[in-house]
Design a protein around this ligand. Structure first.
Ligand code: GLN
Length: 489
């Protein structure tokens, strides 16, 4: 049961072979049993969850159900949900209860999906290992001593341990794709502007985008149908006609031009990851894809550019947490300035403070031109790299992350090596393109554990249906995406 796809579970619900309440209870039982160690969830509220399941059963009984009705999914704790504690992984919001629903929450509610709980994450989505969360680290179900990736590490671990049928994530520089890669899942960051950012706590607004994390591309297509759509409450939401992302799933791949960027297969890529990715590409050749060599010459600049722009936007976005309106307020303070300082000093963790300091610095009068403006110019060049590449190919493939899951604590004191986890994903956000990671096989750890490796697929703007087609075709001839970690049965 727990390894079934959203589509299969949906069919069982429609055929009344199981009720949403029964299915939801099964996942809640698994969460009770496995979550105390894995720590994938920050907040659970069984009453709310089961009430939603009951409501879904009523929709099913009344013949008002659609593809996602009654399916239990987990929501990253970055999305404000009415009546639910919403922490964004921070002490700053430890006791904050959402006064309204984020657009994505509203959309899942309206189709009758069931919210199983709010998942753990790096504080304010800053991190690649889930270790910056105020609510503690998350275990990778494939090897409990390793990180699940981040920042959507709780969502990734929850899907990998089959604590939910699927989950949502957000991706500012790789936070859906890198944890998907490290936990053996499918994860998709849509084209910027396809999914509304309303009610999604802002990190770097020009980069942030929500998306699905699931077992398969077919499941992600169903979720994309829910997540995407115009929202007038988000000024960057795109007013386009709604698409059906399942429409091209079964198209043949013959003639598909796949570009391999030489910069993605260069120094820095782990040999074990490279081998698995090359094997996946060989499989695509068998499926009829044509491989072309391409170049994304500014790849190496994407991390320095991101670590100017993302902190700049974060320093501005996080200024709202001042201890006055909501969030943590220091217990003792002198004047107003002292209250701001103490509340922020106590409420934010070290990585968030580092980003605020960098961001404030690059935006300061004397350095704005040298850092912020320069980074914006290079951001344009990075987008042009992709524009040129897509003249030669339909989609781009390569590794998602340079390594498999690393040990908890291994990179905690080395921010630069942590930042390098996103070397292949960040440029996609800078360009606003869609990017996806799918399970492509396993590497072995020294002690014999299977460690998942992700294949990244990057598409041109609005080409999600084609990317899902490419991923689905591969998932029809491989079984990496349905393999489960040992010990989570
Ligand atoms: N790891 C990157 C960071 O720490 C990306 C995070 C994200 O995509 N939210 O900023």
């Amino acid at each position: 049961m727990i390894n079934k796809s959203l589509k299969q579970l949906g069919a069982m619900l429609q055929a009344k072979e199981i009720s949403s309440v029964e299915l939801t209870q099964e996942y809640l039982n698994r969460i009770d049993r496995l979550n105390p160690e894995i720590n994938a969830f920050i907040t659970l509220d069984k009453d709310k969850t089961l009430a939603q399941a009951k409501n879904a059963d009523a929709m099913l009984a009344a013949g008002k159900a659609s593809a996602m009705t009654g399916l239990p999914i987990a929501q990253k704790d970055i999305f404000v949900a009415k009546g639910w504690r919403t922490t964004c992984g921070s002490k700053m919001l430890e006791t904050f209860i959402g006064p309204y629903d984020a657009d994505i929450i509203e959309r899942f509610d309206s189709v009758g999906a069931v919210n199983l709980g709010k998942t753990n994450m790096d504080e304010f989505a800053m991190g690649s290992s889930n270790e910056t969360s105020y609510f503690g680290k998350v275990q990778n179900p494939w090897d409990r001593s390793r990180v699940p990736g981040g920042s959507s590490g709780g969502s990734a671990a929850a899907v990998a341990a089959r604590l939910c049928a699927a989950a949502t994530g957000t991706d500012t520089g790789g936070s859906i794709r890198q944890p998907a890669s490290l936990c053996g899942l499918s994860g998709l960051k849509p084209t910027y502007g396809l999914a509304s950012r309303f009610g999604m706590i802002a990190f770097a607004s020009s980069l942030d985008q929500s998306g699905p994390m699931a077992k398969s591309c077919e499941d992600m297509a169903l979720m994309m149908n829910v997540i995407t759509g115009f929202d007038k409450r988000d000024s960057t939401s795109l007013n386009r006609e709604k698409e059906d992302y399942t429409r091209d799933l079964n198209k043949p791949l013959a003639g598909l031009k796949v570009g391999l960027p030489k910069e993605y297969f260069a120094e820095g890529l782990g040999a074990d990851v490279a081998t698995v990715v090359q094997e996946a590409i060989a499989e695509y050749k068998k499926l009829g894809a044509e491989i072309v060599d391409i170049s994304l010459p500014n790849t190496m600049l994407s991390i320095p550019v991101y670590y100017v722009l993302a902190p700049a936007e974060a320093s501005s976005n996080l200024s709202r947490f001042d201890g006055v309106r909501y969030g943590h307020r220091a217990k003792e303070y002198g004047d107003l300035m002292d209250m701001y300082c103490k509340s922020r000093a106590e409420g934010f963790g070290a990585e968030v403070k580092r980003r605020i300091l960098i961001g404030t610095y690059v935006l300061s009068a004397g350095y704005y031109d040298a850092y912020y403006l320069k980074a914006q110019q290079i951001r344009r060049l990075i987008a042009q790299d992709f524009e040129n590449a897509f003249k030669k190919c339909d989609i781009i493939m390569g590794p998602t992350a340079p390594s498999t899951a690393f040990k908890a604590g291994e990179k905690a004191d080395d921010p630069v090596s942590m930042y390098l986890q996103d070397i292949y994903t960040i440029a996609v956000n800078l360009a606003g393109l869609p990017g996806m990671s799918i399970p492509a096989g396993f590497a072995q750890s020294a002690d014999g554990k299977k460690l998942p490796v992700g294949l990244q697929i990057i598409g041109n703007y609005f080409d999600e249906a084609r990317m899902l087609n490419a991923g689905h075709a591969y998932q029809q001839v491989t079984d990496w995406h349905i393999q489960m970690p040992e010990g989570i049965e």
